[in-house]
Design a protein around this ligand. Structure first.
Ligand SMILES: Nc1nc2c(c(=O)[nH]1)N[C@H]1C(S)=C(S)[C@@H](COP(=O)(O)O)O[C@H]1N2
Ligand SMILES: [Mo]
Length: 241
């Protein structure tokens, strides 16, 4: 059983040979030692990440996923320091910490996770709270028509229309496959936009801002669809495994 699907890789730009070899080497370690090697693998990631011409630097399989980051590093933040702001066109902006998120009513979703470049991870279990619950708590103003998300990586951004953001399958997620979301996967807290391609699911999320209109996110400014519905936008479902 090989959990890693190197062969279907379809990055927009060629992968550096060193990164590819590094990925295979890490993958072999993962296969040999199983999931207990995960922590070690993730700690070993940083030196393997290599920036390529497109600014897409991360391409390393961890478990069943590849790990992406558009910066030179995988940011990490202790849960004790984590804070999420909810602000913008709302009645009552607030900041919530990790414990505060955990005290809210949890939701679990099991869905395939699919990157627009063609890799897919089947039946991934996510847990978090509904994005809508945070928006309701802040009191969304009538002028607010969209939601903008930022990351503490300082670079990545995403947006949803307000209507999309209010769906039941938009999570502010803190668990992945039954464990706290690791730094590599965007922990302690990331967005999980279940019906959309992976690029919507911003990692290391630190701010949710209600705004008047959708602002295209990091990859959308570089050509991907703003509405990233799996199977209906510019993905490549047909030949994904
Ligand atoms: N901050 C941040 N969020 C991000 C990305 C990123 O590079 N930086 N990559 C996106 C893309 S293209 C995908 S497919 C998923 C990958 O999630 P993973 O790294 O946990 O596999 O994260 C999305 N969220
Ligand atoms: Mo992606």
């Amino acid at each position: 059983m090989l959990a890693y699907d190197y062969l279907v890789d379809r990055q927009p730009t060629p992968i550096g040979r060193r990164v590819f070899i590094g990925s295979v080497a890490l993958g072999v370690v993962g296969v040999v030692f199983g999931s207990r090697a995960q922590g070690w693998l993730e700690r070993a990631l940083a030196p393997v990440l290599e920036k390529d011409g497109s600014g897409l630097s991360g391409l390393v399989p961890v478990g069943r996923f590849r790990i992406y980051t558009v910066t030179d590093e995988l940011p990490s933040m202790p849960k004790s320091q984590y804070k999420l702001q909810v602000a913008g066109l709302v009645d009552a902006p607030f900041t919530i910490d990790y414990a505060g998120l955990l005290s809210m009513i949890p939701t679990s979703l099991t869905r395939d996770f699919q990157c627009v470049t063609g890799w897919r991870v089947r039946d991934v279990v996510w847990q978090g709270i509904k994005l809508r619950d945070l928006l309701d708590r802040a009191g969304v103003n009538a002028e607010a028509k969209a939601v903008r998300f930022t990351s503490f990586d300082g670079v990545y951004t995403e947006s949803l229309t307000l209507r999309q953001a209010m769906r039941d399958d938009m999570l502010v997620a803190y668990q992945l496959e039954g464990e706290d979301i690791s730094a590599a996967h965007g922990g302690p807290v990331r967005l999980y936009a279940a019906p959309m391609y992976g690029y919507k699911s911003i990692k290391w999320m630190d701010r949710i801002e209600l705004v008047a209109e959708v602002e295209p996110g990091y990859w959308e400014k570089r050509g991907y669809d703003v509405d990233a519905w799996v199977g209906r936008s510019n993905g490549r479902d047909d030949d994904a495994i």
